[in-house]
Design a protein around this ligand. Sequence first.
Ligand SMILES: [Zn+2]
Length: 443
Amino acid sequence: MKRSLYIGIILLLFFPIESQEGRKSLEPKVNGKTMEYTIINKRNVAVILIDFPDTPLEIKDKFPSISEAQEYFIDGLVKDYFTTISYNKFKLTGKVFGYYTMPDSLSEERQNNDYVINITENYNLQFDGYSVEDFDTVAFIIFHHEYEQGGLSASRYANVTMNGKRYENQNVIYLGALFPGADDREDTYYRAAKYQIRFGNNNGDFEEHGHPCGLKYNQAIFIHEFIHQIQGKENIPHANSCTNNGKYDFEKPDTEQPESFIDLEYGNGFDIMGGGRIALSLNAGYRYLCGWLDEENSYNFEQPGSYSVTIYPLNRKKQKIAAEIRTRHVKKTEENYSGYFIELRKPDRWDASLANPHLFNNTRGLLVYKTDGYKTMLLDMSPSKNFIDNNNKHYVDYRNMSLKEGMEYENSDIKIWNVQENYDGSYVMDIEIKNNNIFKFWR
Ligand SMILES: [Zn+2]
């Protein structure tokens, strides 16, 4: 299967990896069924701390030590995160090196990614006892007192020079750790990753809180960037949403809202790949791309018919946590089969923010995603009108996106109904895959 690489570099609003010769092929293969992705079970990352010659000493003193950064980027919550979302299938390891002081500082003109890519490409990093081959990914953490580098992920794209040797087409992550000096801005390193929720049209109808799981801002960005490039072949995409201003996704597209809302990049705020604006778990569709869904923890339905299904919350181990639906009988429009994923969230660890009363309804039913076979889009199962502020700007209402008891969802591909909560927190539902031959295009 061939799918063009996402442009080697993905620039991030908020917050990708690897492949090397001799590694197991990550190509999904058709085995008569759907695509299967090789289990990604380990990655070793070199985290390179970068600083600049003109950063005042009193600010440099606030930068983390090597051992603190080791705990922050690898051994602590970040490792826990990957262990959880992979159901213990994936192990993150790595080593922090630094600080490496760049030859010149950042400036207004230079605080762009081209400059950082350029200097890190040519700066001769000295790694005693290590070489680039020891690592799947190189992550540059750009510590600066004035300018914040955006997160950036380059899957098999960037070059680095280490111990005098130049390596090309590496998996590289860049992200900025900003420690502002005198002004009131919080640093990005120790600041909490935050969740936000709008609950009305007025400017004040908005809450923002630190994610209760304790992840820091730079940790969340690091995870996001790391997942982008974790396959090593093609970047795992952003988690999008498809909302239609109070109507279902399959109805005529609303003309009042921005056209982008039908496939809104970063729109799935319930996902680290959507920026983690609401919750921080990784959706089932992207766990699938990492090979972490299998027949033990998920259902796979491809044949027309009706199925009764029970699923448990997404982060539970040793339970069925998702239903994957592939509509193979519909003519495929790309290399991959389009379909759906159904999952259930609870206000547990990475999703503890969902205990917020404005968000809790999202845990009272099923979250449903459409997929083109690769990218996922969160659908609104409880369609509600957009919020519109004084400047006529539209905002998706994320308070209630789930398919709850007594509700049903039906389009030309599938029907989901008879949704019921069980005593143990699982949900049962009926799923019908329709027997049609409609020639469909992914929009
Ligand atoms: Zn991204």
